[in-house]
Design a protein around this ligand. Structure first.
Ligand code: C2E
Ligand code: MG
Ligand code: MG
Ligand code: MG
Length: 292
């Protein structure tokens, strides 16, 4: 009804736009209380070495359990938290929680593991970000080299000079940085030689159809080769099948992350996963070979 009217040019705001604007406002308001009401939780997804099948790290992924709306995806609420500025406080909570958890696991006797934390562009522009992070690491007594910061290409596009400086300081402090969703951004590749990046995370959109789509296979193997020639590590996101894993191993991708091994898990279930994985994981060479 209203949609028909909009063809006459009178309605610039569709009902859909109004709905989503009011939901965003609702979420923004609810987000103000989410932290102190304990509605936020970190899940952990294992990152597995393709050479020995060991868990070498985990990515911390934020979850929001809204009391009425249920589970809300970070893909929906992170952009809201970014535009409202709440990402600063939430991001600090994420860093502290993930770093503490990693230290606790180490103290409990689990093999030391790297914790990867997603960092928003907004956080990256914070003046005191380095101090904030190194203070948390010192306070928790987790050595700096166990922290990896996941940045998107968007970070590298904003004010490259200052980004280079910030990245250099992180690098000097022994904190690793990876480029998340690699291949989906619009920035020039030249940043790869200027920035102290440690690892490229190949976006899951290239992995999804790797078994059927020769273009995706070409892109993924080109990224792995380029990274390897630049001395960078690679990890593939969204690995769901043995066939995808076999292709990635064949082409020398160092690590994989995805539902094939595990979904992101709450900390207690992640502990259980680590325990079972150590006991039962079959050697990688017993898993399917890539045909094609
Ligand atoms: P991301 O950092 O690229 O995270 C990977 C996403 O892929 C996660 O979605 C993860 O659950 C999902 N995933 C992992 N394995 C598979 C798989 O095999 N198949 C499929 N289809 N998906 C898989 P999630 O947890 O919904 O997070 C979405 C995005 O939200 C993240 O993308 C990241 O950009 C953002 N995000 C999550 N937590 C945080 C956080 O603490 N801070 C910030 N700034 N952003 C966050
Ligand atoms: Mg990530
Ligand atoms: Mg990603
Ligand atoms: Mg993403």
């Amino acid at each position: 009804r209203v949609k028909n009217d909009s063809r006459n040019g009178f309605h610039f705001v569709t009902p859909e736009m109004q709905l989503s604007a009011s939901r965003n406002l609702q979420l923004e308001n609810a987000l103000r209380h989410a932290l102190k009401r304990n509605e936020l939780q970190l899940y952990y997804q294992p990152q597995i070495s393709t050479s020995n099948g060991q868990i070498i790290g985990a990515e911390a992924l934020l979850r929001w359990h809204h009391p009425e709306l249920g589970m809300i995806s970070p893909a929906e609420f992170i952009p809201i938290a970014e535009s409202s500025g709440q990402i600063i406080e939430i991001g600090e909570w994420v860093l502290r929680t993930a770093i503490r958890q990693t230290k606790n696991w180490m103290d409990d006797g689990f093999t030391p593991m790297i914790i990867a934390v997603n960092l928003s562009v907004v956080q990256f522009r914070q003046k005191n970000l380095l101090t904030l992070i190194t203070d948390i690491l010192a306070e928790v007594q987790l050595p700096n080299e166990y922290l990896e910061l996941e940045l998107t290409e968007a970070v590298t596009m904003h004010d490259p000079e200052s980004v280079i400086n910030v990245m250099n300081t992180f690098h000097e402090q022994g904190i690793r940085m990876s480029i998340d969703d690699f291949g989906t951004g619009y920035s020039s590749l030249s940043y790869l030689k200027k920035f102290k990046v440690y690892k490229l995370k190949i976006d899951q959109s290239f992995i999804r159809d790797i078994s059927n789509d020769p273009d995706d296979r070409a892109i993924v193997s080109a990224i792995i080769d380029m990274a390897s020639n630049l001395g960078l590590q690679t990890i593939a996101e969204g690995v769901e099948t043995a066939e995808q894993l076999a292709f990635l191993r064949l082409h020398g991708c160092h690590e994989v992350q995805g539902y094939y091994f595990s979904k992101p898990l709450p900390s207690v279930e992640f502990e259980q996963f680590r325990h079972n994985h150590d006991l039962t994981s079959p050697p990688l060479n017993q898993q399917a070979d890539f045909e094609g």
